[in-house]
Ligand binder design. Structure first.
Ligand SMILES: [Zn+2]
Length: 224
């Protein structure tokens, strides 16, 4: 009996204990404590440094180091579960620092093209947005936007080529087709780079008379 109990316990531990996807240390959480500390070093002291017109951006962190590693795991190594703590941290930072923290907003993730989402199995921006909403209490709308065109990788393209590349990338999604959101939209993406993707998404919504308050990103490559 005792043996059976300990065997069962061992078996349970085997199921409950998993490995941190970033460093392989064993942990019962999505990320181990060590990696959480490393990631916190990427957290921007002022996530509002890019919060200015024409496109206000709130970024939790700077793209690089552990955060770059975590985003790669989230996007390319089938580790969707790490979006939960990351989205929670963005939400906590929003509640502490955002000038819009007391405003009602409708949260819409930047969508992937259907074929890419099928290939990946999930949209990392949507997972971050969902977790962000669980922390902030803001309303989450998965299908506010739809990506209608597969864009070429932005890497290596000039600014004007990038803009052209994203010109007609989005349409208003099923959620807003017949009825406008009651509050301005807050977009969510994993990385903010040149802003071409975000600007294209904003244009699509604005053209339909839908106001966009800004964009929330996990990381930015832009420093000021
Ligand atoms: Zn780790």
């Amino acid at each position: 009996m005792i043996f059976a109990k300990s065997a069962l316990k061992g078996l349970l531990n085997l199921f409950l204990q998993s490995h941190c996807p970033l460093c392989q240390r064993s942990t019962s959480r999505e990320l181990c404590e060590y990696c959480e500390r490393q990631l916190q070093k990427c957290h921007l002291q002022d996530p509002n440094i890019l919060w200015k017109e024409p496109l206000p951006v709130f970024s939790w962190g700077v793209y690089g180091g552990s955060l770059k590693r975590a985003i790669a795991a989230l996007k390319y190594e089938n580790q969707p579960q790490i979006a939960r703590p990351l989205g929670e941290w963005i939400g906590e930072a929003w509640l502490l620092n955002s000038p819009k923290r007391n405003q009602n907003l409708i949260v819409v993730p930047i969508p992937l093209h259907a074929s890419k989402q099928k290939q990946r199995g999930y949209n990392q921006a949507a997972l971050l947005a969902r977790s962000f909403c669980q922390t902030t209490g803001l309303k989450f709308k998965l299908n506010g936007l739809e990506r209608v065109r597969e864009t070429k990788p932005q890497f290596g393209l000039s600014v004007s080529e990038r803009e052209k590349n994203l010109d007609t990338a989005f349409v208003v999604g099923s959620e807003f087709r017949d009825r406008h959101p009651e509050f301005p939209v807050l977009l969510v993406d994993d990385i903010y780079t040149t802003g071409a993707t975000a600007v294209s998404a904003v244009k699509t919504l604005n053209n339909r008379g839908i106001a966009v308050s800004g964009l929330v990103a996990l990381a930015t490559t832009v420093k000021n």
